[in-house]
Structure formats: structure tokens, C-alpha cells
Design a protein around this ligand. Structure first.
Ligand SMILES: Nc1nc2c(ncn2[C@@H]2O[C@H](COP(=O)(O)OP(=O)(O)OP(=O)(O)O)[C@@H](O)[C@H]2O)c(=O)[nH]1
Length: 412
């Protein structure tokens, strides 16, 4: 189950709670709410097997008491004691309904309070020398079970334990003149303190486990985020932020086979900045980096259709991969890109053809056939780029490829 605590608190806050704050067995309000939700679910589930154990132990004790009580007392005792059995049974029944889990604190607390009140009252209403010893044992038994075995949180268990005693006292005072205060003090009070100690240790331990689980969950979330970040970084070019060569190779192969399967045209533009060595030499490497970033952004603005990929192919070379794109559209895109770079007017003091940075582009568009190699496709784009350079740069060349001609292209 996903722990909301890991969303609600930072690692530092959880670590702080794991220190001294745990002694108060209470979390800050928002976390307590999530903890309660979690805890009630678990406690209700556990009560499915704890309930029958409590009932069995009660039956065992009841048989002992029954053997010792005189027959005239048995009727009243049995009536009251059956009520305790019914309460445990009903609570056990509730624990099987998922929808009731949110009410576990309520039904377990009310049931525990009444069970203690009845056990308390029986001691004062049923008199018998021998039997009353076992009835007092039954009170201790009820109190310890409520604190340590029902699965209530510490403060809630205290409420049930002492409220049950107070109710029992009131009813006993109403129906009986003789209350065995001294013995009750030794049984009910002592067992209450023992039970409180048990409940405290259990609650504290449970909360510690919960916080440790939140830390583990937080750790898991951080690991997932880091893995995602690494995945993104492994596909990105560090300088420009666009896809790197590795990712381009992956996507190119994927799109190549997709185009082959569906017999759709795949287009590609290979782009190179003109006289970039001279740009670096005249303005410096840092200015060269800034220029590469601007060009990468401009190219990205061109490739807006879904599936289109802009990548840095290496140094000052870029690639746009255009799946399901005809040669007409690819050519229009190349012209758009040349215009947009012109409009950027990035000064280039060392260019032999312009005062601004210009590009040369090799464009290729092709419907791949079986047994044709994607590298030949790339080679054609590169060859077209080479032609664009040799024709004076600041332009594009489209590589005309006849259908099923790719494997011969390299040789020609
Ligand atoms: N600033 C910068 N320069 C780079 C980077 N990567 C490659 N370069 C430079 O890009 C230049 C590429 O030069 P060439 O391959 O000779 O090409 P060119 O000068 O553009 O010449 P033509 O392509 O023929 O127009 C080299 O000087 C590399 O140092 C980079 O990340 N940052």
C-alpha cells in the first residue's frame, strides 16, 4: 500500500519524528490522520484472528468461574458475561467488512468500554468467596486484553480502559451497597497500569515501523525520480538540451522500420553551420556554444509536428527526423529553416558568404524497402549536405532517390 506519509513529510521531518517526538506517541495532525487510516485498516484485519482468540480465552475463564459460583449466582453472572461475549463477537463480525475499517476506533473503543464496565460491575454484583477471586482475575484479563490485544492506539485505549472503570463504578454504586474497593484497587488499577505500559510500547513500536516504512517509500520515490532523470539525461545533448546522437540512432531505426512496414515516406534533414570553425576562431569557443544553442532552438521551433525529432548529430551538425513526411513538405521545412536562421541575424564576422550565420542542409525523403539499410539513407542526406556546401553554402540540396534505389546509391 502506498504510504501517504512519504508525500506529507520531508525526509528530515520524518527523521525528527523518529527521535524524541516518538515518545509522545502522537504525530502532527495531517500525518496522524494518514497514520490512523493505515492503522485502523491493519488493526481491523488483525482483529479477524484476534477476535476468536479473545473469545476462546473468555470461554475458558468462564468455565472456571462457572464451576466455582453457587447456582443462585450463575444466572445473573451468565447474563452479564454473555453480553461481553456478544460484544467481542459483533466486533469480530465488523472486522470482516472493509467499509467498517474506518470505524474500527469507534466500535472497538465502545465495545471495550462496555466490556470493562460489565466485568467491573459483575465483581460488585455477584458475591462469592471463591468465585470472586476469579471474577477479579476476569477484570484484570479484560483490562489487559483491551490495552494490549484489541489493537487500539495508546490514547484511545486509555480512554476505553478508564471510562469502562468509571462506568462500572457508577453502575456498581447504583445497584450495590458493598463495593470491594481494596481488592478492585489491586486488580483493576494495577492491571490498568500494566495494560497502559503494554499499549504505550506497542503504539510506539507501531509508529516507529510506520515512519521507517515512510522513509523506505521516500527512498523508493527518489530512486524512481533519479532513474527517470538519468534516462532523460542519457538522451539529451548537454549543451543544447535537444536529443543526442544516441537517441537519434534509436529513433531513426524505429521510424525506418515503421516506414518500411506501413510504406510511408520518411524524411530527414542534415544541417551544418557554415564556417563554424572560423566563427569559433574569431569570436571564441564560448560564443560558439551560444550560437549552437540559438541554432538548436531555431531548428526545434521548425519541427512542431508530433513524432518529429531534432537532434545534435555531432559538433555543429544537426538532424531533423520527419516521419510520414513527403519530399514536398521536407523541402518546405528546409526553406522555412533557412529563412528563420536568416531572420535571427546572428553576426558572423568570419563568414565568406554572409555577415550572419548561415546553414547548409541536405534533405532526403524515401519509402524504405525490405533489405535496405538505414545507414545508406543517412549517407544520402550527408551526401546532399556535401553538395549544398560545394554549391556555395546557405542553401539546401534535395537528394532525389528513385524507389528501391537506395542500395545502389552509395556505389554510384
Ligand atoms: N564552440 C563549439 N564549437 C564546436 C563544438 N563542437 C564542434 N565545434 C567546432 O566546430 C568546428 C567545425 O569545423 P569544421 O568541421 O571545419 O566545419 P566549418 O568550419 O563549419 O566548415 P564548413 O562546414 O565547411 O562550412 C570545429 O572548429 C569544432 O571545434 C562545440 O560544442 N562548441
Amino acid at each position: 500500500m502506498k504510504l501517504q506519509g512519504s508525500n506529507l513529510l520531508e525526509r528530515k521531518e520524518i527523521q525528527k519524528l523518529l527521535g524524541k517526538d516518538l515518545n509522545f506517541v502522537w504525530f502532527p495532525a495531517t500525518l496522524e490522520k494518514d497514520y490512523r487510516f493505515q492503522y485502523q485498516n491493519e488493526a481491523a484485519h488483525e482483529f479477524r484472528y484476534r477476535g476468536p482468540i479473545i473469545l476462546l480465552l473468555y470461554l475458558f475463564l468462564s468455565y472456571g468461574i462457572y464451576q466455582l459460583l453457587p447456582p443462585e449466582q450463575v444466572g445473573l453472572w451468565l447474563k452479564l458475561y454473555s453480553c461481553v461475549g456478544i460484544i467481542v463477537f459483533v466486533a469480530w463480525g465488523f472486522s470482516w467488512f472493509e467499509k467498517m475499517h474506518q470505524w474500527f476506533d469507534w466500535y472497538a473503543t465502545i465495545g471495550s468500554t462496555i466490556a470493562i464496565a460489565i466485568s467491573f460491575t459483575i465483581v460488585n454484583l455477584v458475591y462469592d468467596e471463591q468465585g470472586s477471586v476469579l471474577l477479579h482475575a476476569a477484570i484484570m484479563y479484560a483490562v489487559v486484553i483491551v490495552y494490549g490485544f484489541v489493537g487500539l492506539r495508546f490514547y484511545v485505549a486509555i480512554l476505553a480502559g478508564w471510562l469502562g472503570g468509571a462506568l462500572g463504578t457508577l453502575v456498581s454504586m447504583f445497584f450495590s451497597d458493598e463495593i470491594a474497593w481494596t481488592l478492585l484497587n489491586r486488580t483493576y488499577t494495577f492491571s490498568s497500569f500494566l495494560g497502559m505500559a503494554l499499549a504505550y510500547v506497542t503504539d510506539r513500536h507501531h509508529r516507529e515501523n510506520y515512519l521507517q516504512s515512510c522513509l523506505l517509500e521516500l527512498h523508493r520515490i527518489e530512486m524512481v525520480q533519479q532513474t527517470q532523470q538519468l534516462e532523460v539525461m542519457s538522451r539529451q545533448d548537454a549543451l543544447t538540451g535537444i536529443a543526442n546522437r544516441r537517441y537519434l540512432d534509436e529513433m531513426l531505426e524505429e521510424e525506418w522500420y515503421r516506414a518500411m512496414r506501413h510504406q510511408t515516406p520518411l524524411s530527414l534533414m542534415m544541417i551544418d553551420i557554415d564556417y563554424f570553425k572560423a566563427y569559433n576562431d574569431s569570436l571564441g569557443h564560448l560564443a560558439g556554444d551560444q550560437c549552437l544553442i540559438k541554432i538548436a532552438h531555431a531548428i526545434t521551433d521548425i519541427a512542431t509536428r508530433s513524432g518529429e525529432l531534432v537532434a545534435r548529430y555531432g559538433g555543429e551538425e544537426f538532424v531533423i527526423l520527419l516521419p510520414m513526411t513527403t519530399q514536398q513538405h521536407a523541402i518546405r521545412q528546409a526553406e522555412r529553416l533557412l529563412r528563420s536562421i536568416k531572420n535571427l541575424t546572428i553576426p558572423h564576422p568570419a563568414s565568406e558568404i554572409s555577415q550572419h550565420v548561415t546553414l547548409s542542409i541536405g534533405v532526403v525523403s524515401y519509402v524504405p524497402q525490405m533489405n535496405e539499410d538505414v545507414n545508406d539513407f543517412l549517407y544520402c542526406a550527408d551526401h546532399a549536405l556535401y553538395k549544398a556546401k560545394s554549391r556555395g553554402r546557405d542553401g539546401y540540396v534535395f537528394a532525389h532517390l528513385a524507389p528501391q534505389s537506395l542500395s545502389n546509391t552509395k556505389a554510384s
